[in-house]
Write a protein that binds this ligand. Structure first.
Ligand code: FDA
Length: 300
């Protein structure tokens, strides 16, 4: 990150929420489930799939985890009732991972029971490295009982290759991404090229094992390499999908659709839009720069 970008990111917390909200509109569906339904309906009309994410990451009590569980279940009922082509993404810390493993396991199990009654699917997002082992542990237990559950692995983590070797044995349904959290060099690749190379290496291992893949990236180089692997393994359209975040690189997603691939958009919504948006801005300071500029210009 260059100096200017660092300054922009450091200044962000002082930018009025109203201005942040204006730019957040691109990355989040809105604050309510109704906003999310409208957004997914439009996405489906354009021939794309969705995965809904209820925003909210920091919880401190069991009661809060129950609330998140019930919201997630509500989302599944709504997807079914509104006949949306969408599944659900969840974060285990919001369901109690850092409180007690059994609370988290039971919460996710309740969500999966509802998902399986609708033959829907739940993806477990991957959070920072302090969560990796516990997240995989809970996933493996749930995978024995439910087929409609998948996990995320991060290409920047050095341990991911071992995790792939382990999880391909059960033909896990993966989402593979680069990884969004700041991790130290002892456990995570830092260079852009080495992360890319590891992404493609892991992708190849997963495809070779016959796993279903959500290829989560906006990086054209990774997309092209993934396309090479799709051809090499002779995969059919329903054996993988590309996944992108709402609001990011719409031109790339249109091209993928035109080329005949399935594309799923990650659609976050909820009252905690502010924390989520700040994370997105920190990830891509170029976008944060627009917000900063908006402070000094009229035509926002
Ligand atoms: P890269 O960061 O190189 O981006 C390529 C290009 O895309 C950039 O040059 C820029 O043009 C554009 N771009 C990327 N991000 C942008 C943004 N936020 N705003 C505007 N433009 C942007 N991570 C994680 O740790 N756990 C998880 O569970 C998930 N889940 C997840 C789901 C889905 C569907 C996606 C697409 C991503 C995730 N991620 C994630 C995030 C992921 O790890 C990674 O941080 C981002 O996808 C950025 O990496 P890219 O591969 O897109 O490459």
């Amino acid at each position: 990150m260059n100096l200017l970008n660092r300054v922009v990111v450091a200044t962000l917390p002082y930018v009025p929420r109203l201005i942040v909200r204006h730019f957040a509109g691109r990355y989040i569906a809105g604050e309510t489930l109704q906003d999310a339904v409208r957004c997914v309906r439009q996405i489906n009309r354009e021939g794309k799939l969705a995965t809904l994410d209820v925003l909210g990451e920091d919880i401190t009590s069991e009661a809060e985890t129950t609330e998140v569980r019930e919201q997630s279940i509500q989302v599944l009922h709504t997807i079914a009732r509104e006949k949306l082509d969408s599944n659900l993404s969840i974060k285990l810390t919001s369901l109690g991972l850092k409180l007690r493993g059994d609370i988290c396991f039971n919460n996710v199990r309740e969500i999966l029971k509802v998902a399986s009654s609708y033959k829907n699917f739940v993806r477990i997002d991957m959070e920072d490295s302090s969560c990796t082992s516990d997240t995989i542990g809970i996933f493996k237990k749930l995978q024995r009982e439910f087929s409609g559950v998948g996990i995320v692995l991060q290409a920047y983590l050095k341990r991911s290759e071992e995790d792939v070797r382990d999880l391909i044995k059960t033909r896990t349904n993966f989402r593979l991404c680069k990884g969004i959290y700041k991790e130290p060099p002892e456990i995570a690749f830092q260079g852009k090229e080495e992360i890319r190379r590891n992404f493609i290496k892991l992708l190849g291992m997963m495809f070779e094992a016959g796993c279903y893949l959500g290829i989560a990236t906006h990086d054209t180089w990774v997309v092209n390499q993934a396309n090479g692997l799709i051809k090499k393994f002779g995969l059919k359209r329903d054996e993988y999908e590309f996944q992108m975040l709402l609001g990011v690189r719409p031109e790339l997603r249109k091209k993928l659709l035109r080329d005949g691939h399935r594309v799923r958009l990650y659609v976050p919504f909820g009252e905690q839009w502010y924390a989520y948006t700040m994370r997105r801005f920190k990830e891509n300071p170029e976008i944060a720069g627009y917000v900063f500029k908006a402070l000094f210009t009229r035509n926002v």
